[in-house]
Design a binder for this molecule. Structure first.
Ligand code: URA
Ligand code: SF4
Length: 202
């Protein structure tokens, strides 16, 4: 894949970035998805949450975390005492990757090539928002932000640093909690990790 670089504007704010995202052809995913889903939230958010990629609902509606994983995230944020309105929410990959099964579109994890191709968008968002803390939601976001070798399962809920020194906390992806067979336990652990993040905010 050529990567998103050539579509990312050199300067400007979130609006300009959002507008440019529509035209991105940095990997193959634009072709199958309905639309690119940009990040959302205040440009001066202290907290940035990074998910994987839009899901089926997000792809149709054009907003991040508005489907089942988003509802769970909303609930967990409330329990952790974090106001969603204060948070900048985005994804490591901006187009939905899926497999067709009859009428259904089944989520497919983006490849490393797609994650790397899309990473200039996330870098640009980070450069504009400059969050004091980043929450890494799951393995794809971890691959995008920490590179290879970082294991969310081993490092979740502890303060870590992104390669550029930005403070971060990793946790699981909310979709994994939605699907969990031990929902109560896993939801509680997810909230615990978000509480750690809240406690690290200046
Ligand atoms: N899962 C994600 O990672 N991001 C979304 O926006 C929705 C579901
Ligand atoms: Fe561009 Fe990312 Fe969409 Fe690929 S997934 S086309 S790199 S915005």
């Amino acid at each position: 894949f050529p990567g998103a670089e050539q579509w990312v504007p050199d300067g400007g704010g979130l609006r300009k970035l959002q507008a440019a995202l529509k035209d991105c052809r940095g990997c193959d995913l634009w072709e199958y998805a309905e639309q690119a889903v940009p990040g959302e939230g205040p440009a001066r958010a202290r907290l940035m949450l990074v998910g994987e990629q839009p899901g089926d609902v997000e792809d149709k509606e054009g907003h991040p975390f508005v489907g089942p994983a988003g509802r769970l995230l909303d609930k967990a944020l409330v329990e952790a005492g974090i106001d969603r309105g204060d948070v900048y929410l985005t994804n490591a990959v901006k187009h939905f990757r899926f497999e067709r099964r009859g009428k259904r579109r089944i989520h497919k994890t983006p490849s490393v090539g797609q994650i790397v191709a899309c990473s200039p968008w996330l870098a640009a968002e980070r450069a504009i928002v400059k969050p004091s803390l980043v929450v890494i939601l799951g393995a794809v976001a971890a691959r995008a932000l920490m590179g290879p070798g970082f294991k969310v399962t081993e490092r979740r809920g502890q303060p870590v640093e992104l390669p550029d020194g930005t403070a971060a906390v990793a946790t699981v992806h909310p979709s994994s909690v939605v699907r969990s067979e031990e929902y109560r336990r896993d939801f509680g652990l997810f909230v615990d990790d978000l509480r750690v993040a809240a406690s690290l905010l200046p």
